[in-house]
Write a protein that binds this ligand. Sequence first.
Ligand SMILES: Cc1cc2nc3c(=O)[nH]c(=O)nc-3n(C[C@H](O)[C@H](O)[C@H](O)COP(=O)(O)OP(=O)(O)OC[C@H]3O[C@@H](n4cnc5c(N)ncnc54)[C@H](O)[C@@H]3O)c2cc1C
Length: 553
Amino acid sequence: MEMAQLGPGQRSAALEAMAATEHQVVVVGGGVVGAGIALDAATRGLTVGLVEARDFAAGTSSRSSKLIHGGLRYLEQLNFGLVREALTERSLLLRGIAPHLVRPVSFIFPLTHRVWERAYVGAGVGLYDTLALSLGQPRGLPAHRHLTRRGALRLAPALRRTAFTGAVQYWDAQVDDARFVLTLVRTAATYGAQVASRAQVVGFLREGARVTGVRVRDLETGAELAIRAQQVVNATGVWTDDIQALVGRIHSSAGIITRTPVSVLFVIPWGRHWIIGTTDTDWSLDKADPAASRADIDYLLGRVNAVLAVPLTHDDVEGVYAGLRPLLSGESDVTSRLSREHMVAQPVPGLVMIAGGKYTTYRVMARDAVDAVAHSLDGKVPPSCTDAVPLAGADGYPALWNSRARLAAASRLHVARIEHLLRRFGSLAEEVLALIGSRADLGRPISGADDYLRAEVVYGCTHEGARHLDDVLARRTHVSIETADRGVSAAPEAAELMAGALGWDADQTGREIEYYRKHIDAERASQAMDSDRAADAIRLGAPEIVPAADSVR
Ligand SMILES: Cc1cc2nc3c(=O)[nH]c(=O)nc-3n(C[C@H](O)[C@H](O)[C@H](O)COP(=O)(O)OP(=O)(O)OC[C@H]3O[C@@H](n4cnc5c(N)ncnc54)[C@H](O)[C@@H]3O)c2cc1C
């Protein structure tokens, strides 16, 4: 097999190739880990790209102690698993993978205490050697041996004679760390990986919530290119967090729940965003649009930062919303301690009242309320059957989910878009896709809110009862809390689409955008206020857009 040459033309050819076709894997970071990943993937037959911001191995991988070792230290900590794993690798590298780059090296351990230290160190390195042998592979290194002071001085005349009484000699391996990485990269390229140094990842490509590639700056030319990938691997060592910060600040594959003095704090995954809450504070002001104050935000940031490795700041807050729990209250209770159970009552004949409960138990609440109604009705009412009634979009959903690749091909949308639609509309996603089929422009993302497709705005109006811009940006979609500008830049395009669907004239369209903008301005201003009252006052300064203009009735 002829080895790949990383010559003058190779780098730009690799970048061009990466930009031209979607690769199965793109690895970010050309240290030993990234280069190793590129080789591993390429030798499994995957199409691979590797981009390194500086030179290959310019990071930690050229600044190590250059040892390939089992780690005597871990042995002392009785971490046998780690030592065994490393010794296996040492043996593989020494004997087959890179005997030219990984070489035996011996160490002398000078002893100052004649008896116990020789026994302790001797037992340690003895175990080290035995472990290596027990792996079933030839060790590739001589065994340790005990030395007298004179013997040690023969090997290391540089040692001060009076500084030790004897020594133990053992063997490990060493590597030219930078060359090793370069060799890994070259070998990966030989197996087909496209590799480029001085190519810095400056952002991610996305289709909805999914990462679909990286934006790379060619540091030689200053050009920026989009490199598409089915999977991106972040192997940037000490820069890992910086790269992750380009995707989002909280790195967790699960939500987080912690205790607070009054309740619990949830950190809940929401697509590529996170919802952090709740404050569980009292609110006695406007019920329609409760406002979050700066104090509320500070409280939540304080609470969540107590458990996060990299603290969040106000700049990380993309959106904020506030809601009131319908709790069964006693006069002086703290809200989080109030009952979240529900209660059905008939205070006067003809009236059923239901209170308390929570989202999760809505169906039980509904059943109990209707039971109460049924009780008062003449004639027999059958029992609730909502436990067996799938909601709109539920029927056929699993089968459609399994067909998402076919739907993607048929609609010419990325499969991530299909997943997004299926997760939002269930099997009714087919109706949204039909809209796109009849009007190709609706298949484009909304500029300023590109997690969502234009069709979703129209569908919101034609099928989901949206009447105003806020309906679409805050509830049919969640653009208002998922974009850094809270949907302000997406508002004009969304309003245009709504105008077409709802028959708005230019006046109404302008009014909708204006109201939305004011609403967001007020929301932002209220969140700078320290008290609920001040926040509420500002929030109320931006009324909702009702009544609508005649054209939309
Ligand atoms: C002092 C020291 C001694 C050590 N000694 C040993 C030892 O003897 N034996 C041992 O086994 N281990 C040793 N280690 C550990 C070992 O060196 C590291 O674990 C290993 O090198 C890490 O490799 P890496 O590929 O993860 O990171 P790195 O080598 O740092 O590679 C990450 C790469 O990502 C690149 N990058 C960053 N941002 C971007 C971006 N935006 N776009 C593209 N690329 C980017 C960087 O330029 C860098 O080249 C030592 C570590 C240190 C610090």
